[in-house]
Design a protein around this ligand. Structure first.
Ligand SMILES: Cc1ncc(COP(=O)(O)O)c(C=O)c1O
Length: 384
């Protein structure tokens, strides 16, 4: 019998320690492992870069949560992305969502371009645009989906994109950082690989940089595992343990943060100072019907624009008390930022450029009344 995701989050990869019975997984820091004979590693472990029991526990946990067969852990979300891009050959194309994390765009368009990989930004909400991009130009090896997108909260139909991509012989990768497997499970919708910046919701406490991949396909796992070892961007066992500790409370954190975000989105939408709110849970969101079909809850990320524009947005972001002015997202504490000059600076002058006055919130698990009062005071300060 398969346990539900709330149960899996607590138990997957967290078997009591075999020797002591400790209910928190052990951290095995050893970089090398005694062999029972020449070339006979005990239980398969030989060297920490190629395999480590603590890392394996995390990899098993994320595979269980995503409904995958294989998990792979990396030193950061971008290291996981890099490992996926090793699947591309020179001359092949990568299609990337036209609203996406700026660092993904930077890695693909500024680093991989030097090795002959061509990256094209496409609005993946428009299936005709995707089909046209697939049909015109060099072979597309991979379609990279982010949904909801960062920072404009567009929602992409994962099963439709996976179907169109597969018919053109392309892999579908979903960056599931914003939604987490608690809200959406891309492998069940036909994606080939799920990628995470585990730095965000999975670890949940702004204290570890980490990345993960999950797939059901043995052939992909074999190639990804080869590159995980060959390129070496692996996480420390302690970092793996921190991610696992965070993942155990994923369900309760996501429920609370999502309900806070829904309340804030509704409140902002009713304010005169606010010109637009981007949140998948609003009935006015252009893909609201898809959100209800694809996501368990609309998540805890939202962005908005003020009628008074960019200078007021800056004043607002500098005036909050509880919403900390900082990059990143997905932790227990609420954060506020201006993507155009912070998280998405690397997308300036590119097809992924974001509006200058856009404000992005990562809503945490604090009391909703305190968060609303903080935003209300900051809106007043921004207008002064
Ligand atoms: C959606 C998304 N994907 C990938 C990344 C990159 O992950 P990391 O910072 O762990 O390398 C980020 C980081 O902000 C992100 O927000």
């Amino acid at each position: 019998m398969t346990d539900r995701i709330e149960t899996l989050a607590v138990h997957a990869g967290a078997e009591p320690d075999e020797i002591s019975g400790g209910v928190s997984p052990s951290i095995q820091m050893s970089t090398t492992f005694r062999q029972d004979g020449v070339g006979k590693p005990r239980r398969g472990y030989e060297y920490g870069r190629s395999g480590n029991p603590t890392r394996q526990a995390l990899e098993a946990a994320i595979a269980a949560l995503e409904g995958g067969a294989h998990g792979l852990a990396y030193a950061s979300g971008l290291a996981a992305t890099q490992n996926l891009l090793y699947l591309l050959e020179p001359g092949e194309r990568l299609i990337l969502s036209d609203d996406a994390y700026g660092g993904t765009w930077r890695l693909a368009s500024k680093v991989w371009s030097r090795y002959g990989v061509v990256t094209e930004a496409v609005n993946l909400c428009d299936l005709d645009a995707l089909a046209a991009a697939l049909a015109n130009g060099p072979a597309v090896r991979m379609v990279w989906v982010e949904t909801p997108t960062n920072p404009l909260m567009k929602v992409v139909d994962i099963s439709a994109v996976a179907r169109v991509a597969a018919s053109a012989g392309a892999l579908t990768v979903v960056d599931n950082t914003f939604a987490t497997p608690f809200l959406q499970r891309p492998l069940e919708l036909g994606a080939d690989v799920v990628m995470h910046s585990a730095t965000k919701y999975l670890s949940g406490h702004s204290d570890v940089i980490s990345g993960l991949l999950v797939t059901r396909r043995d052939d992909l796992e074999e190639r990804l595992r080869f590159h995980q070892n060959a390129a070496g961007a692996v996480p420390s066992p302690f970092d793996c343990w921190l991610v696992m500790r965070g993942m155990r409370t994923l369900a309760v954190r996501m429920e609370r943060a999502s309900s806070n975000a829904a309340a804030i989105a509704g409140w902002l939408a009713a304010r005169d100072e606010v010109a637009a709110v981007y949140y998948p849970g609003l009935a006015s969101h252009p893909q609201h019907e898809l959100v209800e079909r694809q996501m368990r809850l609309p998540g805890a990320m939202l962005s908005f624009e003020l009628r008074a524009g960019e200078p007021a947005a800056r004043r607002l972001a500098e005036a909050t008390r509880l919403f900390t002015l900082a990059e990143s997202l997905g932790a227990v504490e609420s954060l506020i930022e201006l993507p155009a000059v912070m998280t998405h600076l690397s997308a300036a002058d590119s097809p992924l450029e974001v509006p200058a006055g856009l404000v992005r919130l990562s809503v945490g698990i604090e009391a909703i009344d305190d968060l609303v009062a903080d935003l209300e005071a900051a809106l007043r300060a921004a207008a002064a």
